[in-house]
Design a protein around this ligand. Structure first.
Ligand SMILES: NC(=O)C1=CN([C@@H]2O[C@H](COP(=O)(O)OP(=O)(O)OC[C@H]3O[C@@H](n4cnc5c(N)ncnc54)[C@H](OP(=O)(O)O)[C@@H]3O)[C@@H](O)[C@H]2O)C=CC1
Ligand SMILES: Nc1nc2c(ncn2[C@@H]2O[C@H](COP(=O)(O)O)[C@@H](O)[C@H]2O)c(=O)[nH]1
Ligand SMILES: [K+]
Length: 493
């Protein structure tokens, strides 16, 4: 029976049904609460990963790259680089994320002689949508999109740039900086140390820095994770990823409860332990995906600190339609987190998150953290190119890691025959369109929504921490009409 007797989650009036449930099938009822402010909620995860919000960016090529990793870690989450990225690229990415500032945003930097067209082609890569014009490392001016309107594409940025209204000194108090920007009616300002550009801050960013805490390693640098598959020389790859500085290792495959995984995982754990002995740095090992108590048991026995849960809920995932295999995600997380808790391990709920409520419900089911893929693919920070459809709406392409597109990429070193054979087993979409929300185009805008929704859910349950929420949430079961009732109506009915 799915999660019957041991469930720490309270089902409203003892109504846990015998069938499995997904996020849409459940809701939470408020309980008497002593948590009087949503700002009293601490969303630090209990899984030892060092995240201060329960959000992990999925190891998908269309989702997790350098900009995503840096931006999300600055707000307390962590991104996992996909297993398909070549090792030298992983190293470069980890290095650059670790070199980026935990508070200041990384600016786009251009020379004054650069053409406007060049700036416009990269401007959308930053949510602050500006470039800093520098000379010998010193900021001379700022170019925003507005400065380039009705300007010849071959004009130089030097001709259109504006003097920065405010230039801040490195180490400035963030509230003081906010007030300075407010007084000068400036949206953003370069930050300098000894006159040299160190980064950029925006008013929204400063506000966020007061609310969020970055996910930092022991040396005060932003955290980042990396994934490894179960084929090839797994321990060698794990050792390389550890050596590159990855802060969490994810051993990931579609069917995590298979013997190849149970062979590979202890080798990753051994590599982790060797790294610990050599450096004193203990990197948590995550393994998945599974959806059953038995799966959790075997992965924890094989050394996993955290088990990744979810087969088939992903937006790019066709596994359930191709195979009939999987499990409604709320019940999968509920049973697996219960099993993990008994074994002193943790669970990440992976896939199917479309609204902040899904994150709250995954935590209610017992997850320590929640992995999000496709939703984040539709943001400015994901690695894909920004595209526009016939109606002018901006989107980015997402694709599944088991799609023909990803499999072709992953198997490029195999023989033509083996490649063609692998391509037969497609279990993902090759080109999904993830539209950017015009009001919330950046991943931090989405994080704001998730975090405010989850903080609020915690106060409704009377919980200050994820641990308290695990035991305090009261969950009920609803039909499709119950779910539908909760949706807003933007037009009359
Ligand atoms: N969470 C989910 O629901 C799913 C996630 N994914 C994601 O796609 C990525 C690629 O995963 P994956 O397809 O495992 O590719 P991998 O390249 O990691 O290879 C999987 C290995 O497992 C073997 N295997 C045995 N049974 C299965 C099975 N039923 N499905 C898949 N492989 C099986 C394969 O052998 P052989 O090829 O000879 O059969 C192969 O050796 C991962 O990032 C994973 O997270 C993929 C599917 C589902
Ligand atoms: N069955 C498949 N699952 C996939 C594939 N690519 C990724 N995934 C899984 O989805 C989650 C992310 O879910 P989302 O709803 O947030 O997009 C990811 O972490 C994988 O577990 C795939 O091709 N097939
Ligand atoms: K799906």
């Amino acid at each position: 029976m799915p999660g019957t007797s041991l469930s720490p989650v309270e089902f409203l009036n003892g109504t846990q049904p015998a069938h499995d449930l997904t996020y849409n099938d459940v809701f939470m009822v408020p309980s008497r609460s002593g948590v009087t402010s949503r700002l009293d909620v601490d969303l630090s995860t209990p899984d030892g990963v060092g995240t201060t919000i329960p959000v992990v960016v999925a190891n998908m090529t269309a989702v997790a790259g350098r900009r995503m990793a840096e931006t999300v870690a600055r707000r307390g989450g962590v991104a996992v680089l996909p297993q398909d990225i070549p090792l030298p690229e992983v190293r470069r990415t980890v290095e650059r994320v670790k070199a980026s500032h935990p508070v200041y945003e990384t600016p786009i930097v251009v020379e004054r002689s650069a053409p406007v067209a060049q700036v416009l082609s990269v401007m959308h890569k930053r949510a602050h949508r500006a470039a800093v014009v520098v000379e010998a490392g010193r900021p001379l001016g700022i170019v925003t999109e507005a400065d380039t309107e009705d300007v010849d594409r071959f004009a130089t940025v030097g001709a259109v740039m504006q003097q920065p209204r405010v230039v801040l000194e490195d180490g400035v108090d963030l509230r003081v900086a906010f007030d300075q920007l407010e007084d000068a009616r400036a949206d953003l300002a370069p930050v300098v140390a000894g006159g040299l550009l160190r980064g950029i801050v925006t008013r929204t960013g400063l506000l966020r820095s007061a609310i969020y805490r970055p996910a930092l390693d022991d040396d005060g640098r932003l955290r980042i994770g990396a994934a490894v598959g179960i084929n090839g020389d797994v321990p060698a790859k794990a050792a390389e990823l550890l050596d590159s500085g990855a802060d969490v290792l994810v051993v990931d495959t579609a069917h995590g409860h298979q013997e190849k995984m149970l062979d590979a995982l202890p080798q990753v754990v051994a590599a982790r332990d060797a790294h610990l002995a050599a450096t004193g740095r203990r990197v948590p090992v995550v393994a998945g995906n599974v959806v059953s108590r038995a799966g959790v048991q075997d992965l924890v026995d094989a050394g996993a600190d955290i088990v990744k849960v979810g087969v088939g809920p992903g937006a790019m995932c066709t596994t359930r339609m191709m195979t009939g295999v999987g499990r409604p995600q709320f019940s999968a997380v509920l049973e697996c987190s219960e099993a993990a808790r008994e074994l002193g391990a943790h669970v990440w709920a992976d896939g199917g998150v479309k609204y902040p409520r899904d994150v709250a419900l995954a935590l209610a089911a017992g997850a320590a953290s929640v992995m999000v893929g496709s939703w984040f693919a539709g943001t400015l920070e994901s690695p894909g190119d920004l595209m526009r459809d016939a109606d002018g709406r901006y989107y980015k392409e997402s694709f599944g890691m088991a799609s023909a597109r990803a499999v072709r990429n992953r198997t490029k070193d195999l023989s033509a025959f083996d490649r063609a054979r692998s391509a037969l087993f497609e279990e993902g979409i090759s080109s999904g369109r993830m539209f950017l929300d015009p009001q919330r185009p950046g991943v931090e805008d989405v994080l704001d929504q998730i975090v405010s929704g989850v903080r609020s859910a915690f106060t409704y349950a009377g919980a200050r921490t994820i641990g308290e929420f695990h035991t305090g949430a009261v969950v009920g079961v609803q039909g499709a009409a119950g779910y539908e009732e909760g949706r807003p109506r933007h037009t009359s009915w």
